[in-house]
Design a protein around this ligand. Structure first.
Ligand SMILES: [Zn+2]
Length: 127
């Protein structure tokens, strides 16, 4: 986990990037994935369904602070998802789809301009 100070720095950098006409930083090429949907009957007769996001390393950023922060924030959100505290809607994702992990839904406090909410989503990329 990032420390609170590191998180604050990463968020400040991230939202500076977002506010700068939604441009990505020069060094970041984004995080791209291929959606893989799988289903099978397990050895104990358990019926399994899985969404897997296979990273496309040739197309994605080789690693930067923004991507590290994105993955860490997503990991925290997925922990909450697993614990039942939040839900993710994967209904718009289909097998073979190319997606990019992005920050969306950024809102700022009307008075201070400070970011007070955002989401992280897999957004479809048209090929
Ligand atoms: Zn990056």
């Amino acid at each position: 986990m990032l420390s609170e100070a590191d998180t604050a720095v990463a968020l400040e950098e991230l939202f500076t990037v977002i506010e700068d006409e939604h441009e990505e930083p020069d060094q970041c090429g984004g995080l791209f994935y291929r959606v893989v949907r799988e289903a099978w009957v397990g050895s104990d007769a358990d019926v399994c369904f899985r969404f897997r996001f296979r990273p496309l390393t040739n197309r994605s950023c080789t690693g930067c602070d923004l991507c590290s922060w994105l993955l860490e924030d997503l990991d925290t959100r997925l922990y909450d998802y697993n614990a039942g505290y939040m839900d993710y809607d994967f209904g718009h994702l289909s097998h073979g789809m190319l997606v990019e992990l992005k920050v969306t839904g950024v809102s700022t406090d009307w008075e201070t301009g400070v970011v007070d909410d955002y989401d992280i989503e897999f957004i479809e990329v048209k090929e």
